[in-house]
Design a protein around this ligand. Structure first.
Ligand SMILES: [Zn+2]
Length: 108
């Protein structure tokens, strides 16, 4: 007997954002210095196989592992300004963004 079970769902790939691995910022939800930049990419799955990405590009979020609060990185300009050195302050920096996308989920 064969059952055809079509299971649809979503799968979210989450990985540390390249170039921001050492960046820890304050969570705007719980106030802890525990939020890290993540790359999140949500896919539509069919029979547990990721088929279609919901968006063309992964979006960048700042996520807190304590309260599970995720926030789009565009609302956190302090994160991108302080890349690689949180203590540098809002006018520090001078670094340039890392190269093209590397790693992450593979797709055609
Ligand atoms: Zn939090």
């Amino acid at each position: 007997m064969v059952f055809f079970i079509f299971t649809c769902g979503t799968h979210t790939f989450t990985s540390p954002l390249k170039g921001y691995e050492n960046v820890v910022v304050q969570c705007q939800n719980c106030g802890n210095i525990s939020a890290r930049p993540y790359k999140r990419w949500e896919w539509f799955t069919f029979c547990f196989v990721p088929l279609i990405p919901f968006s063309l590009k992964p979006w960048h979020e700042v996520g807190c592992h304590i309260c599970n609060f995720y926030q789009d990185m565009k609302y956190r300009p302090d994160v991108t300004n302080g890349q690689g050195n949180v203590a540098m302050g809002p006018y520090g920096g001078g670094g340039h963004p890392p190269g093209g996308p590397q790693g992450g989920p593979q797709y055609k």
